[in-house]
Ligand binder design. Structure first.
Ligand code: BGC
Length: 521
């Protein structure tokens, strides 16, 4: 089965416009470009001669300045990620994304205007808040809007966009780094307005997710949104069935608990198990050490004989972008568990080879070549598996009632570990500090070994299931290792039709519609 078959030919029972489902999901993935570009641009900017002259008194950044300026973005993103539900659960996933772009633009404006460290840092924190909000809403929106047969691939496109953003940042930095004026850093920073504007304009035209409307009791809006997403008429039986399943499942979920943040950590609905899976998968994604390469790889590779930092950044970024493509196809073919397991094994082997060869044969030509080759196999293993799948898994394993909050907490875990790693790495590798050099890969390799155990024991196979069927999966299968054999019963299908004309836009109507529906169920 080829990629085109997987992406465009789905099962025979799939109805509605496949191209539309794919295009909408891919457009929202564009948010990943903001994410990737913003995180990727700083290392190149800090290496620019003009920037060093302007932003430091000594002509070079100290380890603590490097650490602070690089990692402060992740502090902002952490705050943004965990506060995202304030917007996404009240105003909607769509407006939440819109607001994240506005916050991001304010941060970009401050960074563009800066010519000293304090304003640059404040701008990075604010832009970080925007990226954080976005990072937890994009996979949420995509998972809730995409049909089940392509959900994993659509969310993986978010990761692909992140990698493209990282690559674009490296290219733009290369284009401006030789300038001896403020354009050297202002151009790469200000370009980010463009990414935000593209996303904002698109969001004006896209619908909110049907599941958000159902959560608010607006069934009519949910139906309209579903019709837009699937390209079908309101009376189509497939729209009816999908909506019934979402509504009935949500009503059932509500009987199990409320929607408060504390409910994200309760045992009802196996929520505690699910949130632990989400938090750990995101933390482990960072602990693989991937951002060691993207934030500090330049220095690391320099010490192994490649002197052109652009070549280094280009190689690592191209490997990252290209290797994400097989991941997008494989997520629906091989499934989540297998892909995560293979990826963890690939990363683990590559990283231990880098660590052992780099430590046993320091500075030899053969060692340097091995180091570069296996760093690339490490990036490729990450890009095709843990990169996209950490986002796919958190987008789909939570019940609607606490989904936005749970995804936000997991994205927060990603950014927290991102921050810690960005902050401590300069101290780990700096010649005057721990000076670990290649030995640092023993730490990352050890963590990827934990990834293998974690997937084997705790990650459920969710390929091909609707979000509502995933609820059933967690309820009926207690051991993740047995999840591949799960067959959904579709217990919420064919309950009772939801009237097409019901007007539910104001509060009274909303309440009445909910009551009517519950009575019927
Ligand atoms: C991670 C980022 C990382 C990127 C690399 C993302 O999934 O969350 O921290 O920089 O992948 O492609």
């Amino acid at each position: 089965m080829g990629i085109l078959h997987v992406l465009f030919k789905a099962d025979d029972d799939v109805r509605g416009s496949k191209a539309r489902a794919i295009l909408i999901g891919m457009f929202v993935a564009f948010g990943g470009v903001l994410f990737g570009y913003d995180t990727g641009t700083i290392s190149g900017i800090m290496a620019m001669d003009y920037v060093k002259k302007t932003f430091t008194s000594t002509g070079s950044f100290t380890a603590s300045e490097t650490s602070l300026i690089t990692s402060i973005l992740s502090a902002g993103t952490f705050v943004g990620a965990i506060s995202a539900p304030l917007a996404s659960d009240t105003l909607g996933r769509r407006l939440g994304l819109f607001i994240s772009c506005i916050v991001f633009c304010i941060g970009v404006a401050l960074q563009t205007a800066s010519s000293s460290q304090p304003l640059l840092i404040v701008g990075r924190v604010i832009a970080g808040v925007g990226v954080g909000v976005l990072s937890s809403i994009v996979p949420l929106y995509q998972s809730e809007a995409a049909p089940k047969w392509i959900r994993g691939a659509v969310v993986s496109c978010y990761q692909w966009a992140i990698t493209i953003g990282l690559l674009l940042a490296a290219c733009v930095n290369e284009g401006t780094h030789k300038r001896n004026d403020s354009g050297s850093y202002r151009i790469p920073i200000a370009i980010q307005f463009l990414w935000a504007i593209i996303l904002m304009v698109g969001m004006v035209f896209l619908p909110d997710t049907p599941r958000f409307h159902v959560m608010k009791g607006n069934f009519q809006k949910a139906r309209t949104a579903l019709c837009k997403l699937r390209g079908l008429k309101p009376e189509d039986k497939f729209i009816e069935e999908e909506l019934e399943e979402i509504v009935a499942n949500y009503e059932y979920e509500k009987t199990l608990g409320s929607t408060k943040i504390t409910d994200c950590f309760k045992t009802a609905n196996h929520q505690l198990k699910r949130i632990s899976t989400g938090i750990v998968i995101q933390a482990l994604q960072q602990l693989t050490g991937i951002n060691f390469i993207f934030y500090y790889g330049t220095q690391f590779f320099k010490s192994s004989g490649i002197n052109n930092p652009f070549v280094i950044q280009l190689i690592t970024n191209i490997v990252n972008v290209v290797s994400t493509i097989p991941g997008i196809a494989l997520v629906e073919l091989a499934g989540r568990r297998r892909l995560l397991l293979w990826g963890a094994v690939g990363m683990c082997v590559s990283e231990f080879i880098v660590a052992i060869v780099g430590t046993a044969l320091p500075n030899s030509q053969a060692a340097n070549k091995t180091l570069i080759a296996f760093s690339c196999t490490f990036i490729a293993s990450f890009a095709a598996t843990w990169g996209p799948l950490a986002w796919v898994v958190v987008g789909e394993i939570f019940p609607l009632r606490v989904r936005a909050k749970s995804v936000a907490i997991c994205a927060g875990s990603n950014w927290l570990f991102n921050f810690v790693i960005a902050f401590i790495t300069p101290y780990l590798v700096d010649a005057d500090r721990a000076n670990l050099k290649s030995k640092v890969f023993f730490i990352w390799g050890g963590c990827t070994f934990l990834c293998i155990l974690f997937v084997y024991l705790f990650v459920y196979e969710t390929k091909g299931l609707t979000l509502e069927e995933i609820d059933e999966l967690y309820e009926t299968v207690s051991d993740a290792r047995k999840s591949r054999g799960f067959v959904p019963t579709n217990k919420f299908l064919h309950t009772s039709p939801i009237p097409i004309e019901k007007e539910t836009s104001n509060d009274n109507n909303t309440e009445k519609a909910t009551v009517d529906f519950v009575e019927k169920v």
